[in-house]
Design a protein. Sequence first.
Length: 348
Amino acid sequence: MVFHIFENFSKQSGSHTEQIIAPKSGDIIIFWTEDMLKVKDWVHDGLAWKNQGGKKPLPPPPNEPMLFKTYFHLIMEDRVTNKNIIKDVYFMVDRLVPVVIHYLDKTKEGNVLLDYPPPLHGNTKNKENSEGFIRTLPSIFSQIKNNVTSKNAHIVYKETSKKNGPRDLKQCQNLRYAVNRLKRFTHDEVANCHLMHISLSFPNHILTVPDIRIIGIDNELLMETKKTLAAFDNQNRICFQYDTTFNLTGYYVSVLVYIHPILIKTDSDKSPTIPLAYFIHEKKHEKAHCEFWRYIVEILPELENIGYLVTDCEDAFRNAIKKYLPKIPLLRCWNHFYKSTERWIMST
């Protein structure tokens, strides 16, 4: 019979469907679509199935195409496989569509609806308040995967239809995470930094022994900074600030910023702060900061004559700066000084 269905199939007949909804026992459904993104959508029918066999060839009659068959058993709500509820799938060797699907429930008589609640997702933690897991249409899944490569997960979730869209925001977030993992050069962060330096020229300076020290500077911004410094002299110095602002997954991030004296914000009449260089380091020792300032003096020697520096009270900062920029005016941040004084008073 299945050979007869394939032999007499015509897409103009209208006997096919592009989406399987609420199948019944005994149904023989012909799945067909001209959209190549939807050729796998026959797997979505609102039920959970377990594939029980690979592609088994069916001996064809003379002059008939070779067909393959695979069959599935229903996964019940308690995640037990029910071998009495079967889905047989038939397809051609060299074509993705049409696909013929036959549903059969041996536990019931007649053409009854396969109304079985799906099981929970295998990773569900809150089993009491969670809904059954229904897989997303493969075509929708591919569409979401393409969208999250260029957009944030929450934006993709808002822009997608809730009827035929992602299961939830978490699915979009997981897909974006998976896509971003594929963009990595390797899974070794240190090796990735070296590959980025070779291919992108960023970061600019990498030291891995005795501890990690990485310096990143945008070359175009560096050239613009040099032009800005060239427009001033030691009577009109530019304010630079250096501080270890936060800890990032086991590494410290120190940032060298400066207040641009030419650009003015219209809303506050204040010059914007420009981040010039980033320093990622394992330790907050003076030797680590010496590495940073040695490199800065090498690429921006005019800093000592045109700028002045504001830092906090850490000796490691100040000693490294004094070593490589002995003539630059070095000031303390009033906020850090106030907090240090407050801590000293409270401790005594």
